[in-house]
Design a protein around this ligand. Structure first.
Ligand SMILES: [Fe+2]
Length: 412
């Protein structure tokens, strides 16, 4: 890789005159654009955005993460680093839960879900945390049911409350507990609900913005018609936790079942990753050296292939030891973290975002970031990123910095 830099230009009078002529030519071309617009084309009068310099250059996008003006900039989406605090968003979940409980018609009926949807401030009013990922944080009151449906976006729930709530995926009930990740791969019918006594809260994660961009976002809510039934929730066709029973045996793959669940391809047949299992696996490895950029990091994988659970999204869980500070790393992918346990901060492009349990932090593409556990207890972060997609399209790369500040190619 070569490092490119912008030479500083000093304009001579001749260059200035030439520049004037260019501006004049540009003005003449611009004057043609109103009529060109009628014919659905644009006469090019602008160059690409400065942010299209290579991400791996010395300054990278830390310096040049600006949108182009005008026509060129219209298609550019650049998320910003951001943190949503549990202490800020929780009161709103409680408010909407109360409103829903007192309503004649539950909000799950008129807005599909009772949830808040996170908006990255760099993406104007779009309901996205990054270019590819949508996160909503939902609250389900006792008795709430989201009827069976299926959609093209891949989705998951990361459970924040301790107990209660479930997702039924393809006739398999997954009980929700804090720290669990319950996956609904695209093409799997699923319904959710809360049959406990307390409200339950979880983070819904979807690759919805990506599907929207591809014009491939669809939802089929008509379970009744698809299965010629009057029920709005799926009957149990398997024992509770069926996929865990099949696949949760560490390196042992059952050979007597089809690994196809639902009607899409390359998706994990294990739907439920238990928070307790994740935590135990991390704790059991805490005395290993780990990764200087990630601490003790594990990926939630498709147990049949070892690949990411979705072809688009990579899910991870990592443990940071007391006072552990990871080294700087940047990736071509983007994503978010949610804090499951502990206190510390994540530094993104020089900006510090301190965190506590249930805080959510967006990490845009390309930016240097590191995590610091500031407490004397273990911290656990979960992550979701579009690294799986980036790798599948040949665009995943990562760099790190060693302790002396030298840049190291981690994945070229
Ligand atoms: Fe869904």
């Amino acid at each position: 890789m070569t490092v490119q830099q912008n030479p500083t230009q000093i304009m001579s009078p001749i260059m200035e005159a030439a520049e004037d002529e260019k501006i004049s030519a540009r003005d003449q071309m611009e004057a043609l654009n109103p009529e060109a617009k009628e014919l659905q084309f644009w006469i090019r009068t602008q160059k690409n955005a400065p942010s299209q310099q290579p991400w791996f250059s010395a300054a990278g996008k830390d310096d040049v993460g600006r949108l182009a003006p005008g026509q060129v900039g219209k298609n550019q989406l650049k998320p910003l680093p951001y943190r949503w605090r549990w202490s800020d968003y929780r009161p709103y979940l409680e408010k909407i839960s109360k409103i829903a409980a007192g309503a004649d018609v539950a909000p799950v009926e008129f807005a599909d879900r009772q949830s808040i949807v996170l908006m990255n401030p760099g993406l104007t009013d779009r309901i996205q945390v990054t270019n590819t990922i949508r996160c909503s944080i939902s609250i389900y009151n006792p008795g709430d049911i989201a009827p069976a449906h299926v959609h093209s976006p891949n989705a998951s729930r990361t459970i924040l409350t301790n107990n209660g709530g479930y997702t039924n995926i393809e006739g398999e009930r997954c009980e929700a507990r804090r720290g669990d990740v319950i996956l609904t791969p695209n093409g799997t019918w699923h319904d959710h609900g809360n049959d406990g006594n307390e409200p339950v809260i979880w983070i819904d994660t979807l690759d919805w913005p990506l599907m929207e961009y591809l014009d491939c976002a669809w939802v089929d809510q008509d379970y009744e018609a698809a299965f010629e039934t009057t029920d709005r929730i799926q009957p149990m066709r398997h024992i509770d936790g069926y996929s865990q029973k099949l696949y949760n045996n560490g390196g042992l793959k059952p050979t007597f079942v089809s690994h196809q669940r639902g009607f899409s391809q390359r998706l994990t047949p294990l739907f439920h990753y238990s928070g307790v299992d994740i935590q135990n696996a991390l704790i059991a490895l805490k005395d290993e050296a780990g990764d200087p950029y990630e601490g003790i990091h594990m990926e939630l994988v498709n147990p049949v292939t070892g690949e990411p659970v979705f072809p688009t999204l990579r899910y991870g869980a990592q443990l940071l030891r007391p006072s552990e500070a990871t080294q700087l790393k940047r990736e071509t992918s983007s994503g978010y973290y949610v804090v499951i346990e502990g206190e510390g901060y994540t530094e993104i492009s020089g900006q510090k975002f301190d965190w506590k349990p249930n805080d959510v932090i967006a990490v845009p593409n390309f930016l240097w970031r590191r995590h610091v556990n500031t407490s004397d207890k273990e911290a656990i972060l979960y992550s979701v990123s579009d690294a799986a997609l980036m790798r599948n399209i040949g665009q995943y790369r990562a760099q790190g910095k060693d302790k002396e500040g030298n840049v190291i190619q981690l994945e070229v």
